[in-house]
Design a protein around this ligand. Structure first.
Ligand code: UD1
Length: 419
């Protein structure tokens, strides 16, 4: 099994190209189920999760093929052949549940394995199901599967109020509503840039959506959607991760294609911590000139501080001067990186939903283990700043969401290799 070896202590200088957002690409692939015509997606990141979603679409009858010479475009097309999303694929990736809304809208039935728990908490899908039921779906949970059908044949519009602004539920319901009969409103909708990106692509396919970027989406269903071409938005979490890399290792990085407007909350705390964050012509420049200061942060739905940046920011705070309190409000069990960071000499205590990070002058390299996607990259960041060697094992988590992380960092001067 692959591991990543880092010898810490080298500053980063240079440029890193930020890829398309994984969390935008996954619902965009699910949108391929909404039409028989060709959907062309460009700026698709080469990641294990994208391969998993492509495999799932193929199982439903939608072929996902490389298009164009850049290796970053996918062409989707085909008719729905099967409405079953089997356990073997869904268990690999929770976002598989995003096929539920499109299958119901298009085929009037779906049988999707329940994603179940995962490393960062219980993560139910009740909001997805409730919303679809309001739209006329009849849903039963049987033998670990969501069995859903639409007795009227076509979903109908509904006034949905989400109990909390779930990203996945907003996406699933928006996908379904675009082909429903009549108007659907989604109040307390999530507003993440990935949702805006999905809405833009659906509109290009002929969907009628207003309120994009706000917490109230209104979707006027249409009988059919057509093909389109869509370029996937830059990954704000990959951007934030490399921003933290430059901040922890020192030096200066240009993050090409990054969008500062999509990372305002993170930019604010980085700035408070003493890091320069500036927009440049086609990207964002991150520079660390002086020491780091401890800063508190609390995860919140967008436009708040992202839960997907909490682990990376904690690694940074582990070597800041003073203390930082990091509070996790989105997922109940998202501090698994804490014991691993502590093995590297960090001083972090968890009290309920908050972690107190007391900065230390230096971390020391150690063998550590990745437990989930963002936790694993936080250990790599810690390794960049640590004295000596850090060996991160179980890096398959990393490959789900980061493309060539070791190559991108090595090209900017880090001593890092995959073994
Ligand atoms: C998405 C992202 C993930 C990110 C998360 C929060 C993708 C593929 N994944 O996950 O990287 O960490 O947003 O920004 O885009 N909840 C319910 N019932 C539901 C749905 C969610 O109670 O039906 C709860 C969850 O348990 C969690 C909170 O809502 O506590 C937020 O989850 P949600 O926004 O749905 O996250 P995901 O879409 O799974």
């Amino acid at each position: 099994m692959d591991r990543i070896l880092i010898r810490g202590g080298r500053p980063l200088e240079g440029e890193i190209v930020i890829g398309g957002a994984k969390n935008a690409a996954l619902p965009l692939l699910a949108a391929g189920l909404l039409t028989d015509e060709r959907l062309l997606l460009s700026n698709v990141p080469a990641l294990a999760d994208i391969a998993t979603m492509s495999e799932l679409l193929a199982q439903h009858g939608i072929a996902v093929e490389p298009a164009g010479a850049d290796g970053r475009s996918l062409s989707l097309g085909g008719a729905i052949r099967s409405t079953e999303a089997p356990y073997d694929i869904v268990r690999k990736m929770r976002a598989s549940v995003l096929v539920l809304g499109p299958l119901l809208a298009r085929a009037g039935e779906a049988r999707v394995s329940l994603p179940g728990g995962c490393a960062i908490g219980t993560r139910p899908v009740d909001l997805h199901l409730k919303g679809l039921e309001q739209m006329g779906a009849v849903i039963a949970l049987e033998g670990g599967y969501i069995n859903a059908r639409v007795p009227d044949g076509r979903l109908r519009g509904a006034a949905i109020v989400l109990a909390l602004p779930s990203v996945g539920a907003t996406e699933n319901l928006m996908l379904a509503a675009s082909l429903a009969e009549g108007e659907t409103s989604i109040a307390n909708a999530a507003r993440e840039p990935e949702i805006t990106d999905l809405a833009a692509c659906l509109c290009a396919m002929g969907a009628r959506i207003t309120g994009i970027g706000t917490d109230r989406l209104v979707i006027e269903g249409v009988p059919r959607l057509h093909g389109a071409a869509h370029r996937i938005v830059a990954d704000r979490i990959e951007t934030g991760t490399y921003a933290c890399a430059a901040a922890i290792a020192g030096g200066s990085l240009l993050l090409r294609h990054a969008r500062l407007d999509h990372m305002a909350a993170l930019a604010r705390v980085l700035h408070e911590a003493g890091i320069e964050v500036e927009a440049e012509a086609d990207g964002v420049r991150i520079r660390r000139r002086n020491g780091l200061r401890g800063v508190d942060a609390m995860t919140e739905p967008y436009p708040g501080f992202p839960t997907d940046m909490q682990a990376q920011f904690m690694a940074l705070m582990a070597v800041a001067e003073g203390a930082a309190m990091l509070t996790e409000t989105i997922f109940e069990n998202r501090f698994m990186h804490v014991p691993e960071l502590n093995r590297m000499g960090a001083r972090i205590n968890v009290h309920g939903a908050s972690a107190i990070v007391r900065g230390v002058a230096q971390l020391s390299g150690a063998p550590v283990m990745a437990t989930d996607l963002r936790a694993s990259v936080s250990l790599i960041l810690a390794g960049l700043a640590a004295r000596g060697e850090t060996m991160v094992s179980r890096v398959y988590h990393l490959d789900r969401g980061y493309e060539a992380v070791e190559r991108k960092l090595a090209a900017c001067g880090a001593d890092i290799e995959r073994i």
